[in-house]
Unconditional design. Structure first.
Length: 285
């Protein structure tokens, strides 16, 4: 089953009882229920829940361990959605769509860099462009969420370590990226990693539509079956060098030509089956 999320956060209709599929290297091999997890805040309390239409069913525990529904519910309209997990680390792939590479040769293996957790902001958070940043671009991406500790994972086992996917925006300051020796501020400035609104498991992660919009106009659009390195390859390669922990995030790469963003813009990232991540842009600091 494949479903396409609507353009509004509150019109998403995936049910916890839907059945999803996982794609294995030798064909369709496993069925899993589609689950949509939210991390949210009501008052001073932060919780996880399962989203069904516009209702959150609160759970005990978290998606990375044992959990069960508590019987309590709340409306999406009544809560503040947070970044959907708290990662120890964030990795991001450079050049994982041919459409983004242009004339640059395809990488032989996944080429990753680190982003720091302080880049993360949630759905409806504000991207702040600091003074002197120059041109800043949005990068619409599907983001993998690691579900359990992964080290030296074989490609054929890799999907077992993915809890689900979410939407991400690898905001990038191009002048700093070009002129600095490292990308630490070009990719790692505070607020340069919007992520959310939900984590969805049970989808076919290797065949989802990723779409980026600025002020309602589509600027990026491509399916993840056109990634140079697919999800299994990414997980396997990275886990051979870096231990992946539950909650860690992997931005899988952005397609096409990335759009410049400016203060006052509204930026959206949509991943099929997940929903729409929406953020406003403002000046810094």
């Amino acid at each position: 089953m494949r479903t396409l999320a609507g353009h509004s956060l509150f019109y998403l209709s995936l049910s916890v009882f839907s059945i999803g599929v996982l794609f294995c290297p030798d064909g369709w091999c496993e069925e899993k229920p589609i689950l949509k997890f939210a991390r949210f805040q009501v008052g001073d309390k932060i919780s996880y829940g399962i989203v069904e239409n516009d209702t959150i069913h609160c759970i005990s525990g978290d998606p990375f361990g044992e959990w069960k529904k508590t019987g309590k519910t709340c409306s999406l309209a009544e809560v503040t959605l947070l970044v959907p997990c708290v990662p120890q680390k964030i990795l991001a792939l450079a050049g994982n769509f041919e459409s983004h590479l242009g004339t640059i040769p395809k990488p032989e293996h996944p080429e990753a860099f680190f982003k720091v957790p302080t880049v993360l902001i949630p759905h409806e958070g504000t991207i702040r462009i600091p003074p002197g940043a120059g041109r800043v671009d949005a990068e619409a991406e599907m983001v993998l969420v690691i579900g359990k500790r992964a080290k030296n994972v074989a490609p054929e086992e890799a999907l077992k370590y993915v809890l689900g996917v979410t939407c991400g925006n690898d905001v990038s300051a191009r002048d700093w990226q070009k002129n600095d020796r490292q990308w630490w501020r070009a990719k790692g400035t505070d607020t340069f990693g919007p992520c959310g609104p939900f984590i969805v498991s049970g989808l076919d992660y290797d065949n989802l539509l990723v779409r980026g919009r600025v002020n309602g106009e589509v600027k990026q659009e491509q399916r993840t079956n056109e990634l140079i390195h697919n999800v299994s390859t990414i997980i396997s390669w990275l886990s051979c060098h870096v231990t992946l922990e539950p909650g860690d995030l992997i931005f899988t790469g952005t397609p096409g030509t990335t759009p410049q963003i400016r203060p006052g813009d509204i930026v959206e990232v949509e991943v099929e089956g997940v929903g729409v991540l929406r953020n406003t842009v403002a000046g810094g600091p």
